[in-house]
Design a binder for this molecule. Structure first.
Ligand code: SF4
Length: 147
């Protein structure tokens, strides 16, 4: 059993409600092999919502208090993202999940790349907050592009 970013199975949970549906996601779900989770919704951010990026580092830096997550209106949404990440971890641990397929580039779910915090579309190497929390707790993460 894997945990999967809910947007990858067609849930319109992205900030802009655009679909990120993948055949892999739908296949795993239909086979009963995946649990869909959206950390940002779990934290209390239903769509649509302003886009958010990590400023000052990546998800590990947020966990360690060296970076924050802000939306494009300038609101600090770090605590909301943290709450959602911990809820997602609780679901994964309760279900005995040991690996997750997470949506690349997201400030929550990115596992190799995230946006750089300038809202200019530039990506940098790094992991999102939920991906970092999963990795710190022994859950493997990969992106929909590496499956
Ligand atoms: Fe939710 Fe993660 Fe998909 Fe963003 S990338 S919409 S946080 S599941």
């Amino acid at each position: 059993m894997k945990l999967i970013s809910a947007c990858l199975i067609g849930c319109e949970c992205r900030y802009d409600q655009k679909s990120c549906r993948t055949d892999l996601g739908e296949q795993l779900l239909s086979q009963g092999k995946a649990i869909p989770v959206c950390p940002e919704q779990l934290g209390g951010l239903p769509p649509p919502r302003p886009p958010a990026e990590i400023v000052g580092g990546d998800g590990f830096d947020v966990l360690d208090g060296r970076a924050k997550i802000v939306d494009n209106q300038g609101n600090d949404v770090t605590d909301i993202f943290l709450a959602g990440a911990h809820q997602a971890l609780k679901i994964a641990q309760t279900a005995g999940v040991t690996s997750a397929i997470l949506k690349e580039n997201s400030p929550s779910c990115g596992s190799s790349f995230i946006y750089d915090g300038t809202f200019t579309g530039k990506k940098v190497q790094g992991v999102g907050l939920t991906a970092a929390l999963f990795l710190r707790n022994g859950i493997e993460v990969s992106s929909e592009r590496r499956e």
